[in-house]
Design a protein around this ligand. Structure first.
Ligand code: AMP
Ligand code: MG
Length: 501
């Protein structure tokens, strides 16, 4: 019973029902630790829809009590804060010990669809894995991760998500003094290829097996019944990652730092540091200021997919067959299947982008030829695909105007129409289907920067909110929001991104 002075609202507690399987099962793969205090926290953004999906009361959490949790000042009941250990290949060089240097796993909850999800603070201070770092995050990168992650989710790409962004009131020292912030990140787990490498680098077969058994149970329970669960597990991770990278390629997304510690076992996109969407199409596009040699350039992402999964294969090979040579042979064969698998996903995605519903052996060439026309014609990736449906509806100029030499497009479009005629799908049906897979709004780099600058320099979250609203419905064209669909105004300064959250 409420007494007369209490309102019903006072009585609602933010209630994470934690069930911390990682903490219970994998003691060699983490260290318990606490967040550093935030001196004057303020809520920047809270994700009501995600809170509901997690089975949480959004109003109870979008509050002072929630702020205390998301700023790291109060560890919610049932949480067992810990920093996860992992290793990783960074730009090809191996670091046997990385780990959560600026992140803290509060615990796991079971969401409304019975999925286990991690709740993690990112930017909450030093951990046993911080090495020389301060463990903190600045407001800009936190909001960047929020925006792009939510944009990716709306685009249908598997991804970690943002539950909350807060400022801490603490300063963070980067190139200048910046407001500190914390992102509350939600993921289906934070286990990475690098987590397996951590166990493997310590020569501890038993620990790697424990991790694999845990990951199987958590992410791919069906593989437990396979003749060799570890092989089936590897295939399942390969499948999820091949599909993920194909998705990125289909929307012009460049992750920017595909180190093995940034590749999840679940197949979710993680770590939105230097990532960005491409405007004008060019296979070699690189945005990250530290990616000097273009290792993680757009066109290289599928190659790195295989490279990273080969590192995972190396940690599992000892569980594949007692005969070492035979185990290597089996794993080599599995690794060689990744590129064809990737290509299958990529081609399926690209076919639907140009309105094809059936398969023809010449489709791959048709698609690659369009990409070539786009690259030579310095055309905007997102808009070309989006406006193909307009061409079907009778307005070819909309797409032609994006391409510097439209004659090349006309020749391609002739072949495309002939291919579409083979299928005999009604034009409007086809155009509508294309509009459901070719976004009109992506987190455009200049719009993202504008939103971050307003939040950082003027404490103005309005541009952020406006952009978030638009990219949360990327396929629905809205009258009055044309500016969000436009590429950045032409400049001679290439867009650059930076790693540090
Ligand atoms: P990333 O390239 O963002 O995936 O980070 C690579 C590694 O550096 C991870 O182990 C991070 O935890 C660590 N790291 C990055 N920034 C910081 C920081 N400010 N303080 C401590 N560790 C950090
Ligand atoms: Mg990382």
């Amino acid at each position: 019973m409420l007494d007369s002075t209490e309102t019903k609202e006072d009585n609602i507690q933010p209630h994470f029902k934690f069930d911390n399987s990682y903490a219970r099962s994998l003691e060699s793969f983490f260290k318990f630790c606490q967040a550093e205090p935030a001196v004057a926290p303020q809520m920047l953004q809270f994700n009501h829809a995600l809170a509901e999906e997690l089975g949480l009361d959004p109003l109870a959490l979008d509050s002072d009590a929630g702020l205390a949790i998301f700023s790291g000042n109060v560890a919610p009941e049932g949480s067992e804060p810990l920093a996860q250990a992992y290793a990783g290949h960074q730009f090809g060089g191996f670091s046997p010990q990385l780990g959560d240097g600026r992140a803290l796993l509060l615990g796991e909850v079971i969401d409304t669809q019975q999925r286990r999800r991690d709740i993690q603070l990112k930017g909450s201070g030093r951990t046993p894995f911080s090495r020389g770092g301060d463990g903190k995050a600045a407001i800009g990168p936190v909001l960047r991760e929020y925006l792009i992650g939510e944009g990716m989710h709306a685009l249908g790409v598997p991804t970690t998500r943002a539950l909350a962004a807060v400022t801490t009131g603490n300063n963070v020292y980067r190139e200048s003094l910046l407001p500190g912030a914390i992102l509350t990140r939600v993921s289906s787990s934070h286990i990475r290829v690098g987590t397996f490498q951590y166990g493997s680098a310590r020569g501890d077969e038993g620990k790697v097996r424990e991790l694999a058994d845990y990951a199987i149970k958590r992410h791919y329970p069906d593989t437990a019944d396979a003749e060799n669960p570890y092989l089936a597990f590897f295939d399942a991770v390969s499948d999820a990652q091949a599909s993920l990278v194909a998705h990125w390629m289909n929307i012009g997304f460049i992750h920017g730092v595909m180190n093995t510690d940034n590749m999840t076992i679940s197949g979710e996109t993680i770590d939105y540091g230097p990532c960005a969407f491409m405007d004008n199409f060019a296979q070699g596009t690189v945005f990250s200021s530290i990616d000097q040699y273009g290792r993680y350039a757009y066109a290289n992402q599928p190659v790195i997919l295989s490279w990273n999964l080969t590192r995972l294969a190396e940690t599992l090979v000892r569980f594949i067959d007692p005969d070492k040579e035979k185990a290597i042979e089996i794993m080599t064969d599995r690794v060689e299947r990744i590129q064809p698998l990737y290509e299958k996903y990529w081609l399926a995605g690209m076919r639907s982008k140009i309105g094809l519903t059936t398969e023809d052996p010449l489709d791959k060439k048709l698609i690659n030829d369009l990409l070539e026309v786009m690259e030579k014609g310095h055309a905007d990736f997102t808009l070309v695909f989006r406006r193909l449906s307009q061409a079907l509806r009778g307005d070819s100029d909309a797409v032609r105007n994006l391409i510097e030499e439209p004659a090349a497009f006309d020749a391609w479009a002739q072949r495309w129409r002939e291919r579409l005629e083979q299928e005999g799908v009604a034009t409007e049906t086809n155009a509508q289907a294309m509009d459901r897979v070719n976004p009109i709004y992506i987190p455009r780099n200049h719009k993202v920067e504008e939103a971050l600058a307003a939040a950082t320099e003027q404490q103005d979250m309005q541009p952020f909110s406006n952009l978030l609203a638009v990219i949360s419905h990327p396929f629905d064209e809205i009258v009055g929001k044309e500016a969000y669909a436009e590429p950045a105004p032409e400049t001679n300064i290439p867009y650059r991104t930076f790693c540090g959250t």
